[in-house]
Write a protein that binds this ligand. Structure first.
Ligand code: NDP
Length: 478
């Protein structure tokens, strides 16, 4: 098939002003940490150091929680919902105004393609603040009791795959309900959270309502275990989620956990093949596969497996892997050396256990962390690549013959976050969706998000819902 050469189309990074070092954001101001020093954040596409970021210690977490408590009791808790809404609308509008800068910053720190940060992440961030601003003065109509009250201080820990979007998912509903927050971004992607701290200053948000403490896992542990925190919200790996659940048990703190996934993307023989192939590609290669709800297990009906795989390989060969700031790039850099190592280890286990590996032909840059789009066929349900979250651009392909077999295989996982169904028949979509143990089921599409739609999992994918009216529940006392 003829292909066209692309000229590079890089987005300029001159719009962002990255400081050489950052303090932590407490009580409306950036302050030096009193903890263990600093840590560097790098651009995963080039391995260049972007900035030095504070490693918040116990004293810093104490200060941040105290500031959040004070702001909760004096200002934000007692404030009328309609006034809180004005601040949230203001945050949303500033995010829109600074969207291009935030998109470039996110792509630099995370490695995701600018096309995604510009067209998906940042618009959704603004949409979340707009959406929850709308709820702030209507909480008594949310169906969660006639006198809904905030919980208090929320300790929030987020991962590196959607840094600013996960911040929005956590902070927007918390603030709308009258809580104050201390948030810890992931150690490899702190920069957009720090930019958000500047946006809080720009919006003249009362000091202490939002506090950002940077650092590694230890800072997260100090935050979730802090006695002054009333509610913990975590998104990340199942192992850390489990440790947090243990630490929080018996303390009276409220907890929501959004953990991993191993979603089945089920393609029936009556599905429109080209549309399904686009959906499979979007399901697993969006954001380099660093997506908790990624369609990482393709379940394809045996009668169309060959056809679907042929078209899928042809499509994968056209994916452009490389510079995240290039507007033509489909697949960017892997977020960190550690994550790349994890992907390599799991894919090696796929070959050792007998699955057949196919990798899209593409040239990878010399520097930075990269992994070419890959799929495995001949995968059995017992293989590690069918059970564990690879969290990279790697698809495991399994086949089925009957709808019952598809459902059984789809549900044969410790996770239960999302699933996809591709078929021409509406009745089949409804029947299958009803039997899938997954928090979100997409039909003839994949990886679609909306602030009005609740998101969350079953089993080891965690508990609680984020987004929509359901997302308010986690931040209201009842
Ligand atoms: P983690 O679960 O370790 O990281 C998520 C967040 O929790 C980060 O901010 C992290 O800090 C923090 N953290 C780490 N340890 C603790 C602790 N004991 N108490 C409180 N907070 C803590 O994920 P990883 O980055 O290690 O990724 C490992 C795997 O997890 C991935 O390969 C993927 O499979 C899965 N994952 C799933 C995500 C999802 O959305 N479901 C998101 C990210 C990862 P720090 O960044 O400093 O480690």
């Amino acid at each position: 098939m003829p292909t066209f050469e692309y000229a590079p189309a890089p987005e300029s990074s001159s719009i962002v002003d990255i400081k050489s070092s950052y303090g932590i954001f407490i009580n409306g101001e950036f302050t030096d940490g009193r903890g263990d020093g600093t840590r560097k954040t790098v651009n995963p596409a080039t391995e260049e150091v972007l900035a030095e970021v504070t490693e918040a210690g116990a004293e810093d977490v104490d200060r941040a929680v105290a500031a959040a408590r004070e702001a909760y009791e004096r200002v934000w808790g007692p404030m009328r919902g309609a006034d809180r809404a004005k601040y949230l609308y203001r945050l949303a509008r500033i995010i829109q105004e600074r969207a291009r800068e935030l998109a470039v910053l996110e792509s630099l720190d995370n490695g995701k393609p600018i096309r995604e940060s510009r067209d998906v992440d940042i618009p959704l961030v603004a949409a979340h603040f707009f959406y929850y601003a709308g709820w702030a003065d209507k909480l008594e109509y949310a169906g969660l009791g006639t006198t809904p009250r905030p919980i208090g201080v929320a300790g929030q820990v987020i991962p590196w795959n959607f840094p600013l979007l996960m911040l929005a998912w956590k902070i927007a509903p918390a603030l709308a309900c009258g809580n104050t927050v201390v948030l810890k971004p992931a150690e490899t992607t702190p920069l957009t959270a720090l930019a958000f701290a500047e946006i809080c200053q720009q919006a003249e948000l009362p000091p202490g309502v939002v506090n950002i403490v940077t650092g590694a896992g230890e800072t997260g542990r100090l935050l979730v275990e802090h006695a002054g925190v009333d509610k913990v919200a975590f998104t990340g790996s199942t192992d850390v989620g489990r440790a947090i659940a243990k630490a929080v048990a018996g303390t009276g703190k409220r907890l929501t956990l959004e953990l991993g996934g191993k979603a089945a993307n089920i393609v029936f023989d009556d599905a429109p093949v080209d549309q399904a192939v686009e959906g499979i590609v979007n399901g697993i290669f969006f954001n380099q596969g660093h997506v908790c709800c990624a369609g990482s297990r393709l379940l394809v009906q045996e009668s169309v497996a060959e056809l679907v795989l042929d078209r899928l390989k042809r499509r994968m060969a056209l994916l452009r892997v490389g510079d995240p700031l290039d507007k033509n790039t489909d697949v960017g850099a892997i977020n960190s050396a550690a994550q790349l190592e994890r992907i390599r280890e799991l894919t090696a286990s796929g070959e050792e256990e007998g699955a057949a590996r196919w990798t899209a032909p593409c040239e990878l840059p010399d520097r930075g962390f990269w992994f070419a789009p890959t799929l495995f066929t001949g995968v059995s349900q017992a293989h590690r690549i069918a059970r564990e979250e690879i969290f990279g651009p790697v698809l495991s392909v399994l086949t089925f013959r009957t709808p019952a077999e598809a459902v059984e295989k789809a549900n044969n996982t410790p996770y239960g976050l999302s699933a996809g169904v591709w078929t021409d028949k509406g009745s089949r979509i409804l029947a299958i969706a009803d039997r899938l143990r997954a928090g979100v089921v997409w039909a003839n599409t994949f990886n679609k998000f909306d602030p009005a739609s609740p998101f969350g999992g079953y089993k080891e994918s965690g508990y609680g819902r984020e987004g929509g009216r359901h997302g308010l529940e986690a931040y209201l006392a009842h």
